[in-house]
Structures are given as structure tokens and as C-alpha cells.
Design a protein around this ligand. Structure first.
Ligand SMILES: C[S@@+](CC[C@H](N)C(=O)[O-])C[C@H]1O[C@@H](n2cnc3c(N)ncnc32)[C@H](O)[C@@H]1O
Length: 311
């Protein structure tokens, strides 16, 4: 054997959440660092940063041969050091460099395949030429704005928009629930949307004063489609139990009045409310992912024409 398809998928855990992924995938063939290999069809799990879609076992006798074998398959390979870190780094040095510099929002996500590899022993690697995430090991950074936004939460909204391939058009109507201090509102208004920002707390005054921004103080979940009417973007970053958010989202989905929905499902304490996450994921036309810029939370996406990147 020099190269052999594995007939499995490899699931790379979201940063800091290996325990949740182990809970989601109790039956596995291998565990290499944060990478779980599970044979059979692809499993729908939430706590991944990347899924290896076509893993191969590749034998090699030298660093040079390993790099040549990978390069013969394709250009882009992200090393995932689980063991033999030094040897993996030497192989990576012989491969073409990966684009790692921070990028301004929005940017065109490269559609060239992004592979990943890890060493199992001195002469054997696990490598997948195709992965679910277009970025190396799911990692990337935006060029940050250190003056405009009042919090760094806008990066997860930008990431969700980037992965769907859709940004709001000027004048589109947006409801931003749990908006304070105003990072998401800043991002949406900056793209030209007209934003109704609601929170129990005050938005930062300079965000509230942005053109196209209207603020409201109170309980976001009291804003229902029957009273508010149609919105192009329904957003929520409210800190609440996942089930409370689900009940609100289900009302909006049933009404047909929210064209696009992006919400953060915040997990409470150390727990992972798997049953509620699964109910979100079962909403037709939606997906639930852990974004690179998410913490102990998942992102619910239901966007018309979603390109589905990162899943
Ligand atoms: C993580 S912060 C939002 C950060 C914001 N997206 C940003 O980019 O700056 C969560 C917000 O949810 C608000 N919140 C909690 N429960 C709420 C509710 N029922 N209705 C409205 N806002 C609520 C909190 O006051 C807090 O400002």
C-alpha cells in the first residue's frame, strides 16, 4: 500500500470544544489530537472547525517524498500537528505557502480545494485533498477595525455572511436583537442596511446615531412578525437559553416574514444543549455551524441562496 482511501470522514474539533465533539461522536475509529476519524457516511455534527471529506492513508519514506506526494495531488495543504510536530512542520515547509494574512471584509473566498494532513507515524500520514472548510484548518482572520465597532462580535456576523456569499443590500430592513453595545448593528448599517436595534441595554451612542439606525429598549423576543412585518434580515446575538431563541425563530420562520436569518445560539454554562441545536438544524433551508469566530455558541443560518461554504 502506498496510498489508500479510508472510507471514513475525519472531524476536526472546534477550537476548545473537543469534549462536545467526543460526545457527538462516541463511536470512532481513531482519535489523533483533535481529529476524530469515523467510518461510514458523514455524520451531522456541530462542534467542528473542519471536516476532511476524502481522507487517504499515504506511506512515505522521507520528508521530501511526503511533500512530493501531497503536491502531486494538489497545491494547498494545511498541516494538523497531532504528533511528530517537527516532522510535520518540515513537510509543510516544502509545500507551497498558504494564504494566512488577515483580509478585509468582504473578500472572495478562494474556490481552490484546501487539503489537510497529519502524521500517524514516521512514514505514514492521513491526508484529505478536500475539506468542508475553505480555510486552512478552518482558521482565518479579518482585517480588524479597532475604532468603528464597539465590540469584536461583528467578526462572527461577517464570517456568517462570508460563508453564505450574501451581504445586505443598501436599504434592506434588518432587525438586530440583543444589539448592545452595537457591533452587529455597526456592521449592518455600514453595509447600508436600515437597522432596528433592540436590547435591554443601551447601544453605544455613536452607533445609535449612525445613519439608518433606529434603537429600541426592551425585550427583543416581544418583537413578533405580526407586529413588525417583513424584514430582510433577522439577527439575534441575545444571551438567552437556546430554547427561548428557538421559540422566537420558529414563529418568524412560520410567518414567512424573515427573508434571511442569522442567530447565535449561546450555550449556557459548560453544557451543550444538543436537542435544541438539532431542532434548529431541522428547520428547512437552514444550517447550524460553529464559526471560527464563535465561542461557546453555534451559529444558525437560514439565508436565501446560501452558498453553504464551511459546512
Ligand atoms: C453578546 S451581547 C450582544 C453583542 C452585540 N451583538 C454586538 O455586536 O455588540 C448580548 C446582548 O443581549 C442582550 N439581551 C439579553 N436578553 C435580552 C432580551 N430578552 N432582549 C433584548 N436584549 C437582550 C444583552 O443586554 C446584551 O447586550
Amino acid at each position: 500500500m502506498s496510498e489508500r482511501a479510508l472510507g471514513a470522514y475525519c472531524y476536526h474539533a472546534a477550537r476548545g470544544f473537543l469534549d462536545h465533539l467526543l460526545e457527538e461522536l462516541p463511536e470512532r475509529d481513531r482519535l489523533d489530537g483533535e481529529l476524530l476519524t469515523v467510518s461510514g457516511p458523514r455524520q451531522r455534527v456541530f462542534w467542528t472547525r473542519n471536516v476532511w471529506l476524502s481522507p487517504l492513508l499515504i506511506e512515505f519514506s522521507s520528508v521530501r517524498e511526503a511533500a512530493n506526494k501531497l503536491r502531486d495531488i494538489q497545491r494547498n495543504w494545511a498541516p494538523l500537528p497531532a504528533r511528530l510536530h517537527r516532522r510535520a512542520a518540515l513537510i509543510a515547509e516544502k509545500l507551497p505557502p498558504l494564504p494566512r494574512r488577515p483580509r478585509p471584509f468582504p473578500f472572495a473566498v478562494p474556490d481552490t480545494p484546501m487539503g489537510a494532513f497529519t502524521l500517524l507515524d514516521e512514514g505514514l500520514m492521513l491526508a484529505s485533498p478536500s475539506c468542508s472548510n475553505p480555510f486552512p484548518n478552518g482558521e482565518f482572520d479579518f482585517e480588524e477595525d479597532h475604532e468603528g465597532p464597539p465590540s469584536r462580535a461583528y467578526r462572527k456576523l461577517w464570517e456568517a455572511l462570508l460563508l453564505t456569499g450574501k451581504v445586505p443590500r443598501p436599504g434592506e430592513r434588518c432587525l438586530d436583537a440583543g444589539a448592545a453595545p452595537g457591533g452587529w448593528t455597526w456592521a449592518m448599517a455600514g453595509l447600508g442596511a436600515s437597522v432596528l436595534a433592540i436590547d435591554r441595554a443601551e447601544l453605544e451612542p455613536r452607533i445609535a446615531a449612525m445613519s439608518g439606525v433606529e434603537t429600541m429598549k426592551g425585550d427583543a423576543f416581544a418583537l413578533l412578525p405580526e407586529t413588525l412585518g417583513a424584514v430582510d434580515w433577522l439577527l439575534s446575538d441575545v444571551i438567552c437559553y437556546p430554547s427561548a431563541l428557538l421559540a422566537w425563530v420558529e414563529r418568524w420562520v412560520a410567518s414567512g416574514l424573515a427573508k434571511n436569518i442569522i442567530c447565535t445560539i449561546k450555550m449556557q454554562g459548560a453544557d451543550f444543549d444538543r436537542a435544541t441545536a438539532a431542532r434548529f438544524a431541522a428547520i428547512p433551508g437552514s444550517r447550524v455551524v460553529h464559526l471560527w469566530h464563535n465561542r461557546h455558541e453555534l451559529c444558525f443560518i437560514r439565508v436565501e441562496g446560501d452558498r453553504g461554504l464551511g459546512s
